[in-house]
Design a protein around this ligand. Structure first.
Ligand code: CP
Ligand code: NVA
Length: 299
């Protein structure tokens, strides 16, 4: 029976913890130059309908390091964009490949692909969520703080795909998530949450960050965002992560950003490059955690 990763809820809390053990082991093996090739002879198709630096490169390198290969496929080079149905494409790709990673706009596309593919499908970001990012982020928090339960994350900024995966991930893993976003961007409904974590919206960023172990943000304008984007940026201005906000936690807090960052917008360079920032360790861990995901789903 194949297993997909379309949302964090596709994994149980125990499965996530096992994944983190494997991630730490793979990280250690890589550091010590120990060869580990469980995916020898296997191929991952990577369909990208949106730009990417981290996701594309870390998955591609990850497959290579595990002994397999990755094929970078853009929507506009496949027959998919010339009218071949997702159902037919899913069936054909399943005859060649051992897994599919997809980054696209509509989340339903990923659900449909997974339904018709007989091989594992991994969500590499949709308009609705970004599960591989948040799994790597929670692993990073465990690595830095030594635990996951009862850690408080203050997410400050636009309420987007990354925020949605944070809600699912924090809830599943027993974390506390305070989301500070402008009321006009607060979603009407929350994703299905399981687990015993706590998710709450606190409009005022200075209140939301109180006692936070982690302050987290993402871009104000996501790929594919439409509408009055200038107005959106103006509304989000009070939600910038800067030194004043970091000081307002009242404790030593770490700063995270999934990247790419727009310096001077959602975060200042002073904070992004500051001593409390762990953003580049966070980016590195994408590789280790995704290798664990690949080994778990594809071998
Ligand atoms: N954080 C992240 O997914 O980065 P990319 O868009 O560069 O893949
Ligand atoms: N919310 C951002 C995340 C980029 C990794 C976007 O969807 O563009």
């Amino acid at each position: 029976m194949k297993k997909d990763l379309l949302s964090i809820n596709d994994f149980s809390r125990e499965e996530v913890l096992t994944l983190f053990e494997k991630s730490a082991d793979l990280k250690d093996k890589r550091k010590n130059g120990i060869e580990h090739l469980p995916l020898k002879g296997k191929s991952l198709g990577m369909i990208f309908n949106k730009n990417s630096t981290r996701t594309r490169i870390s998955f591609e390198v990850g497959m290579y390091e595990l002994g397999g290969q990755a094929l970078f496929l853009t929507g506009d080079q496949l027959q998919l964009n010339r009218g071949e149905t997702l159902k037919d494409s899913a069936q054909v790709l399943s005859r060649y490949l051992n897994g599919i990673l997809i980054r696209t706009h509509g989340h339903q596309e990923v659900i449909d692909l997974a339904e018709h593919a007989t091989i594992p499908v991994i969500n590499g970001l949709t308009d609705l969520n970004h599960p591989v990012q948040i799994l790597a982020d929670i692993f990073t928090i465990k690595e830095k703080l030594g635990k996951i339960e009862n850690i408080k994350i203050a997410y400050v900024g636009d309420c987007n795909n990354v925020t949605y995966s944070w809600m699912t991930g924090a809830s599943l893993m027993g974390m506390e998530l305070a989301i500070a976003c402008p009321p006009e961007f607060k979603p009407d409904s929350l994703p299905a949450l399981s687990g015993n974590g706590k998710v709450e919206f606190i409009e005022d960023p200075l209140n939301a960050v109180k006692d936070a172990d982690i302050i987290y943000t993402d871009v104000w304008i996501s790929m594919g965002d439409t509408g009055d984007l200038e107005k959106k940026e103006k509304i989000l201005t009070p939600y910038q992560i800067n030194q004043k906000l970091l000081d307002a936690t009242g404790k030593k807090s770490l700063v995270m950003h999934c990247l790419p960052a727009h310096r001077g917008m959602e975060i200042t360079s002073e904070v992004l490059d500051g001593k409390d920032s762990i953003v580049f360790d966070q980016a590195e861990n994408r590789l280790h955690v995704q290798k664990a995901i690949l080994e778990t789903l594809l071998s």
